[in-house]
Design a binder for this molecule. Structure first.
Ligand code: 5GP
Length: 146
């Protein structure tokens, strides 16, 4: 039995806590982030209270996948941003604070480069080791299931 979480986002969906809603349908809900990293910072969440993406049902995942690009277009049009990041944190070690799946849509502006609009991205890459990489790819492939 998968345990699901009751969080502040469940209360927002239920209307028990106010928010600035931008979209809602049977399966998903979207609203402005209360502490935006940039103007137009929007959160898209499934109504299903799954804590992390790997726990989300296919039905809710499909609903998110259908709405996310539409919402990105709407945020871009409304904010006049030139670019945007989709950020999706899973687990405390990945900076997740609210344990209910959510996708951040974070508009970016040319006059406010990375780090100056609240979102700094460190991208310190390594080099893929061929042997270890082959093992990892095989292990991941073997674990992809329905
Ligand atoms: P996380 O770090 O979990 O990926 O991000 C959680 C996000 O939820 C944060 O950006 C935070 O500002 C936002 N948030 C937390 N509580 C509320 C709330 O009550 N209302 C709204 N609109 N956003 C919230």
């Amino acid at each position: 039995m998968v345990s699901m979480s009751e969080t502040i986002f469940s209360k927002i969906i239920a209307g028990e806590i106010p928010c600035l809603k931008v979209y809602e349908d049977e399966l998903v809900f979207a609203f402005l982030d209360i502490n935006p990293l940039s103007s137009g910072h929007t959160l898209l969440i499934p109504k299903e209270p799954a804590p992390t993406l790997d726990r989300l049902s296919d039905e809710s995942a499909a609903a998110i996948g259908r709405v996310l690009p539409r919402l990105c277009r709407a945020v871009m049009r409304a904010s006049d941003a030139t670019a945007y990041n989709i950020l999706q944190n899973n687990g405390a070690d990945a900076h997740q604070e609210v344990m209910h799946v959510h996708f951040h849509i974070i508009p970016r502006f040319p006059d406010r480069p990375s780090g100056q609009d609240g979102l700094g991205i460190g991208w310190r890459t390594g080099k893929l080791d061929p042997d270890n990489g082959a093992k990892l790819a095989a292990a991941i492939a073997a674990n992809v299931s329905d």
